[in-house]
Design a protein around this ligand. Structure first.
Ligand SMILES: Nc1ncnc2c1ncn2[C@@H]1O[C@H](COP(=O)(O)OP(=O)(O)OP(=O)(O)O)[C@@H](O)[C@H]1O
Length: 620
């Protein structure tokens, strides 16, 4: 028995669960193991057990019920009995019991501390969670490692320099391109204040405080900064010109730093600088060329001025001097002189040597335009205007905008149109017939009249206000008979031009012919001399100049016939009108006009000019 018990006791001690052998009839703990002693005996091993009722306290009745159940069933368990530890504290336990065979009233009782059981369950759950978490975490860690590896590959493959800084301005990564461009290694830069390493000075040597640095501002003020031209400093102390974008970066909506993507633009800036220098050089050369050109133009122009206006008389020299004087200004010029004395030539020379030379010179010969058409010709017209115009057409005033308007034979202008013209010139604007919109005008005006000032005032052919407006700078062209000394030069010059045009040898002007010419009065002035030389170039044989100072050759009928065909007659009428217009310098009306030469009414001549479609190109 004792051996059995001893064996039983050692067995009992080896069980980790709290176990007791109770003699229920004696309320005695026969034996307990160390776990039970620890649980019930206030945690002290080796203390002697108390009567079991002591551990039951108020729950004795429940324990009795439990014992009955054990007795009845042969084994049972309960969690309804609360035990008391040696120090009086309540113990929540599960009790399991079964009778000890052969020992009446003895039971073997196992106690499971439910609190400890709960704690173990919790620990187990935690361990489970932890184990699961660890697996997840490992997976996540792998994911991030892979991501970073891939990012590193991408970052290192990028051609742009890329580096990251944390919120303290310390470098967190630098890609390959950045390392190569800057010459710094990752070890040099990682964890260091990058501004003080690569961005500390401006190119001009000025210190660059970090608080002004746009990269720092990116993560301090959450701004994206794009900078076109700054410098980063290489490890070897050399600057590289860079453009960069600095972007704040966030982790879970928290600003953690900035990423900077930059490009080396040193070469581009150098090329730009070279290009700029080249452009400046080109611009300087162009300016110089323009100046030289202007100078040469001026030289050529003045040469030409002296070249085109032939004559050595004081009158001609004075005209040239006055042209030089007035050309540079915008003053209105009134040129007077008989027909053919060179008024148009003077007007052309003034325009050619004026600052407006590159803009048009519009020649409006009042005596060549039918009075009823003058207004539309001068001011322009809109389609369907009162005169039944078929299309919009700018007037001569508009065409001369920016340039010069030469109003030739101004005395031939109808008086009411003179008023309208004066208004347009004074107001600096023009309105087309049939239109309401005014167009601004910037024109220089040169006018010409074949009337002397005294005749103008006496006859009133030019309104006084218009005359005053035009007569700012008068130039008078003397008739050829009052400067006969110019005849030899002019005759030689005009003959040479005519022969060149007709491709004929230049005939010699004999002393006798020259005397004849100088004695002649030249009522048609230089134009008449010009026409005489043209004819002489045609008729002169044997290289001796033959001159016909009046009259023209008549067209003979076809030999063998006493009449002309209708077509030939029409041709002859047309040629005759052209010849008269040439003789009259294009003037139709007036005492020296072609109508007077042909002894027909100007209105008849106007309508014939129209029907024969004669233009200044025909007689010019
Ligand atoms: N001094 C001159 N030197 C060279 N040619 C001249 C000179 N004067 C006039 N001419 C020439 O004589 C011709 C008539 O000159 P221009 O047409 O200028 O005279 P105008 O006074 O305007 O005549 P009109 O009053 O009839 O219109 C032109 O061919 C012109 O080149």
């Amino acid at each position: 028995m004792s051996l059995d018990l001893l064996n039983a006791d050692s067995l009992l001690q080896s069980i980790p669960e709290a176990m007791l052998v109770l003699d229920t009839t004696e309320d005695r703990v026969v034996d307990w193991n160390q776990s039970a002693a620890r649980l019930l005996g206030n945690g002290h091993d080796g203390s002697a057990p108390l009567p079991f009722s002591h551990y039951l306290g108020k729950d004795m009745p429940r324990f009795v019920v439990f014992l009955e159940e054990v007795d009845h069933r042969g084994a049972s368990w309960t969690r309804d009995v609360t035990l008391r530890a040696g120090d009086g504290s309540a113990l929540s336990c599960e009790l399991r019991a079964q009778p000890v065979p052969g020992q009446d009233g003895w039971i073997i009782l196992a106690l499971t501390d439910l609190r400890a059981l709960d704690q173990r369950a919790e620990t187990a759950a935690l361990a489970e969670t932890f184990r699961a978490g660890l697996v997840n975490w490992k997976r996540t860690e792998g994911f991030f490692a892979e991501l970073e590896r891939q990012n590193q590959l991408i970052l290192n493959a990028a051609g742009e320099g890329i580096y990251g800084v944390n919120a303290e301005g310390k470098t967190t990564f630098v890609n390959r391109a950045a390392r190569e461009m800057l010459g710094w290694t990752s070890e040099d830069l990682l964890g260091k204040d990058i501004h003080s390493m690569i961005h500390h000075h401006h190119l001009n040597g000025e210190h660059y405080p970090s608080q002004q640095c746009p990269i720092y501002r990116s993560f301090r003020f959450e701004q994206v900064h794009r900078i076109e031209d700054e410098v980063f400093w290489r490890k070897d102390g050399k600057p590289i010109r860079v453009e960069y974008v600095s972007t704040p970066i966030y982790d879970q909506k928290v600003l953690v730093g900035a990423v900077v993507i930059f490009r080396d633009i040193t070469e581009r800036k150098e090329s730009e600088r070279k290009l700029r220098e080249a452009m400046e050089e080109v611009a300087a050369l162009r300016d110089r060329l323009e100046q030289e050109n202007a100078y040469l133009q001026e030289a050529i122009t003045s040469e030409r001025a002296h070249h085109d206006i032939i004559g050595s008389s004081p009158a001609i020299r004075q005209i040239v001097a006055r042209i030089d004087l007035v050309a540079k200004t915008t003053a209105t010029v009134l040129i007077s002189g008989e027909t053919g004395t060179g008024k148009s030539l003077v007007a052309t020379e003034i325009h050619k040597t004026s600052p407006r030379a590159r803009r048009p010179l519009i020649h409006f010969k009042c005596s060549s335009v039918a009075p009823e058409e003058v207004e539309a010709e001068l001011f322009g017209q809109m389609r369907g205007a009162p005169n039944g115009a078929m299309r919009d057409k700018p007037g001569k005033l508009e065409l001369a905008h920016g340039g010069t308007l030469f109003i030739d034979d101004v005395e031939e202008l109808p008086v009411e149109i003179q008023g309208k013209l004066l208004h347009a010139l004074q107001s600096g604007s023009v309105t087309r017939l049939g239109d309401t919109r005014e167009k601004p005008l910037d024109i220089r005006v040169i006018a010409a009249t074949s009337l002397a000032e005294e005749t103008v005032r006496r006859t009133g052919r030019i309104r006084e206000d218009l005359f005053l407006f035009l007569n700012v700078f008068p130039i008078n062209c003397l008739p050829l008979r009052d400067r006969r000394e110019d005849i030899p030069l002019l005759a030689a010059h005009l003959l040479k031009i005519a022969c060149r045009r007709l491709n004929r040898p230049v005939p010699v002007i004999t002393e006798r012919v020259m005397q004849q010419m100088q004695a002649y009065d030249w009522p048609g002035n230089v134009r008449e001399l010009h026409n005489a030389m043209e004819r002489a170039a045609i008729v002169s044989q044997d290289r001796k100049l033959v001159i016909e100072l009046s009259g023209t050759t008549q067209d003979a009928p076809v030999p063998g016939t006493r009449f002309h065909t209708e077509a030939r007659m029409q041709e002859m009428i047309r040629d005759n009108i052209i010849a008269a217009l040439r003789e009259a310098g294009g003037r139709v009306s007036g005492p020296t006009g072609a109508a007077a030469l042909l002894q027909i009414k100007p209105t008849t001549l106007y309508s014939r000019i129209k029907s024969f479609d004669i233009t200044p190109l025909d007689w010019g």
